[in-house]
Design a protein around this ligand. Structure first.
Ligand code: GLC
Length: 433
């Protein structure tokens, strides 16, 4: 069943692109307390409907979002077509709970897909397996449903089969009505709600027929926790194409049980919420996020960095400012990110290493005292060393100070103790072969 060659071909662009934007956006941007607000605060359906009645994203302009992503050096964008609250940003035939029936009055996914494609970026759609709106989804006693603690919402008359039909129908719509979709980001499995409980085999066989090349995450089997059957080297027909660690960069990258490196993508928020949260001002500084992107790539993974647009459809200013700084760095240094991966060289004290075949990128987060040790390299193998951001030659050091370390090659960045780029100065070392 599992065809490794096909698989590697399918994920090829994904593991080369390395950097994407996640967008969490929906009705929950109005209460502005994160996308789980209905569950966390156990809000009834009736009460939540006020946000549906109110939803009017007058500034929604996905062209702007796509441009922001592109300018930041991101290569793909994943939008929540439907999150756990069940509200659809697309014109589904199977529900009234959709953007077309709000003041927005239109299919927001359609516009998004077009805008992203027009920027030359890959298109991803997030689709929640969990649905807190559908009557046939378990309510009382479920782990997360807003009515989980309310005995008036017992499940005796709920028909989960019905829900599955609904869910499969919507996935069919997403895979049929918007042209080529590059990523399908299902979210998420828990308890016995996983795998065949979702009729995942049937679902994926449909998806693969409609979108033969689509890259799919691993959450039909797991969640942010767990690797899935591909990691166990025993892939199910609905195995994920990549592992999806959430709010963490795996300490040692991710390998399958045979020790082979796997494709993975860390999804990370800029502050501490996916959906818009007006009080959460705890944003990660841009320099930190640049280093985290490098960390992901140096461990063979991708970074999917999230923004949560507000109720009018604007990406928060804090996020825009951060993305600008990231973009400025990427403009000069993206060669050390795209198509790069693990270097299989010892991690240096001053930073990290990424690699694209015979090009090795030394990322300097920190100064050294004296010349820069390029551990793991042999002088005879080196064709050239350049400062990536300018192309300037960086000579091999001949200083006496490292005479005690004859087996290590040192690069000479000059006398200035301040690095040319204080966030991350990248040396491009090209090997001869
Ligand atoms: C989750 C959450 C969620 C978010 C997602 C992103 O598991 O339920 O709200 O969309 O992870 O990875």
């Amino acid at each position: 069943m599992f065809n490794k060659e096909e698989y590697l071909q399918r994920i090829n662009w994904f593991v080369n692109d390395r950097f994407g934007m996640f967008i969490h956006w929906g009705l929950y941007s109005i209460p502005a307390r994160g996308e789980w607000v209905r569950s966390f605060e156990e809000i009834s359906k009736e009460e939540y409907m006020k946000y549906f009645d109110e939803f009017d994203p007058i500034d929604y302009n996905p062209k702007k979002w796509a441009r922001v992503a592109k300018e930041a050096g991101m290569k793909y964008v994943v939008l929540t077509a439907k999150h756990h609250d069940g509200f659809c940003l697309f014109d589904s035939k199977y529900t009234d709970f959709k953007s077309t029936n709000t003041k927005a009055g239109r299919d927001l996914v359609g516009e998004f897909v077009e805008a992203v494609r027009n920027e030359g970026l890959k298109v991803g759609l997030y689709f929640s397996l969990i649905d807190w709106y559908h009557e046939d989804y378990p309510h009382y006693g479920d782990n997360f449903h807003p009515m989980r603690n309310n005995p008036n919402y017992k499940n005796d008359n709920r028909n989960f089969e019905n829900y599955l039909e609904y869910m499969h129908n919507q996935v069919r719509e997403i895979c049929t009505n918007y042209g080529k979709i590059d990523i399908l980001w299902f979210d998420f499995s828990y308890g016995d709600m996983r795998g065949e409980k979702w009729k995942a085999k049937e679902l994926i066989s449909m998806v693969r027929k409609l979108q033969p090349d689509v890259v799919i995450d691993n959450r039909l089997e797991v969640s942010g926790e767990g690797y899935g059957s591909l990691a166990e080297c025993n892939p199910t027909p609905y195995h994920g194409d990549f592992v999806s660690p959430e709010q963490i960069i795996p300490p040692n990258g991710i390998r399958d049980i045979k020790g082979e490196p796997m494709a993975w993508e860390a999804c990370v928020t800029m502050n501490n919420n996916w959906g818009y949260n007006s009080n959460d001002k705890l944003f990660k500084p841009a320099p930190m996020l640049i280093k985290k992107l490098v960390e992901c790539v140096s461990k063979g993974g991708n970074l999917l960095l999230n923004v949560g647009p507000d109720a009018r459809g604007n990406i928060p200013n804090e996020s825009l400012e951060i993305l600008k700084i990231i973009g400025k760095w990427m403009k000069l240094n993206s060669k050390s990110i795209y198509e790069c991966g693990m270097a299989e060289l010892p991690k240096p004290d001053f930073g990290r290493i990424t690699r694209n075949n015979n090009k090795i990128y030394y990322h300097m987060f920190e100064n050294t005292i004296g010349p820069i040790p390029l551990q793991g390299l042999v002088k005879e193998d080196i064709k050239s060393i350049r400062l990536l951001s300018t192309g300037a030659e960086v000579p091999i050091s001949k200083s006496w100070v490292h005479s005690d370390y004859p087996d290590i090659v040192f690069a000479d960045l000059g006398l200035n103790p301040i690095l040319p780029d204080e966030i991350d100065t990248v040396l491009e070392v090209e090997l001869k072969k």
